[in-house]
Design a protein around this ligand. Structure first.
Ligand code: LMR
Length: 394
């Protein structure tokens, strides 16, 4: 079976993770994979998570199966966090999944079942795994204009023009906030314009929300999503708790499918549970329960919000420090576009050769498309990172 087997190529994020791990230089700087790090370079377990886990350890009396779709209490907690009261709860089907990627995969599977001919439209660029999973499922997808490298912002007119030409029944994949890989987010009025455009086209939005709380704040980051959700009859929403709860390895995600009415949502809920059964039967529960415990307890929730604001603030301060250091290094403000971005990422206007030069000559690691993770910066490495970027990109 395996004599002629060739492994698929790892995606560009995983390739950078591997190269960084293998680099023995002491002063290497990791601006690659999108994980949060403290100034000491650790990805910490949040205190709110530790406390919730301690409570669970104390109170949990069974490890018996929960349900194919996971715990409805978890779906509800995540729905409230992301959607607030933008959509009536009865219209929302929920599915616990292994991480946000599991939710994306199950959302695509659901689209394939519900509307096999649908084309999924992804922003140009998008998280590489969106495209890779679609390819793996042999689902048709296309790109719509999104990032304007000349301004470092969103190509609003190009995007709306492309979305207006989407076929009825197609799916349009959007990033809820902290666009990955560019950091260029939609303004609230862009979300209203997208809602209008998709309604006219008869297309269904799918929103991937992996960084709620890492942009402008927990509520601010989903204001646009809520505008969209309250305007459209149907929507898919995939949520990750990896970053904002720091639960990366526990794999905590949820897929929410919004249907026009509760009666329409019911069979969708059953299909989603069936999809879990086909993939891994019951979804992981531990991390989902930790999240539910935190969100449902005023004290834990306040602690979590404080810790999340702290992580977000640190990333933001590194963003500002990098922009300032680049200004000092280059003597101009060309890199000030970084200040308009949200979340962990921004995309530098670097060619693949320049990315390679930064890696090889300066031990500064970023994704091949120029994506940098601000959480890899600490006060001590901002200046050398900026110097290297200035030397190679100028
Ligand atoms: C990233 O974009 O770096 C993260 O979402 C990690 C991953 O799985 O790609």
């Amino acid at each position: 079976m395996f004599e002629n087997h060739k492994a698929p190529e790892a995606d560009k994020i995983l390739r950078v993770m591997k190269m960084f791990a293998e680099d023995t230089r002491a002063d290497k700087i990791d601006l690659g994979v999108g994980v949060y790090r403290t100034p000491e370079g650790r990805t910490p377990v949040l205190a709110a998570v530790k406390q919730a886990e301690a409570r669970l350890l104390e109170s949990q009396e069974t490890k018996g199966y929960v349900a194919l779709a996971g715990d409805p209490g978890f779906h509800g907690a995540m729905r409230d966090l992301a959607l607030g009261d933008a959509v009536a709860a009865g219209r929302v089907a929920g599915l616990a999944t292994p991480g946000g990627t599991g939710a994306v995969r199950q959302a695509f599977e659901l689209i394939r079942i519900a509307r096999p001919e649908a084309v999924v439209h992804c922003s140009a660029p998008t998280w590489p795994n969106h495209e890779s999973i679609l390819d793996t499922l042999q689902m048709p997808w296309r790109s719509y204009r999104y990032y304007d490298a000349a301004t470092g912002g969103v190509d609003r007119d190009g995007m709306l023009e492309d979305l207006s030409q989407v076929a009825a029944g197609d799916v349009v994949l959007l990033h809820g906030c902290c666009h990955n890989p560019t950091g260029a987010d939609l303004a609230p009025e862009d979300w209203s314009a997208i809602a209008e455009t998709l309604l006219k086209a008869g297309a269904v939005p799918m929103v991937d929300l992996a960084y709620q709380g890492f942009g402008l704040g927990l509520e601010e980051d989903v204001a646009g999503l809520r505008r969209l959700a309250s305007a459209v009859p149907e929507m898919l929403l995939t949520i990750s708790a990896s970053k904002n709860f720091g639960l990366y390895r526990d794999r905590v995600g949820v897929l929410l499918a919004v249907a026009e009415t509760p009666a329409v949502a019911a069979p969708v809920q059953d299909t989603m549970a069936w999809l879990n059964r086909q993939a891994y039967a019951f979804p992981p529960d531990h991390g989902a329960r930790v999240v539910t415990e935190i969100l449902g307890d005023a004290g834990l929730r306040a602690l979590w919000e404080e810790e999340l604001a702290g992580m977000c603030g640190r990333v933001r301060s590194m963003r500002v420090a990098l922009a300032e250091a680049l200004r000092a290094e280059t003597g101009h403000a060309k890199f000030d576009f970084l200040l308009g971005h949200h979340g962990m990422f921004s995309r530098l206007p670097a060619s693949p050769e320049q990315v390679a030069a930064l890696r090889e000559a300066h031990a500064v690691y970023m994704i091949g498309d120029g994506r940098i993770n601000m959480a890899g910066l600490v006060p001590d490495n901002v200046a050398p990172a900026a110097r290297a970027i200035a030397v190679v990109l100028e």
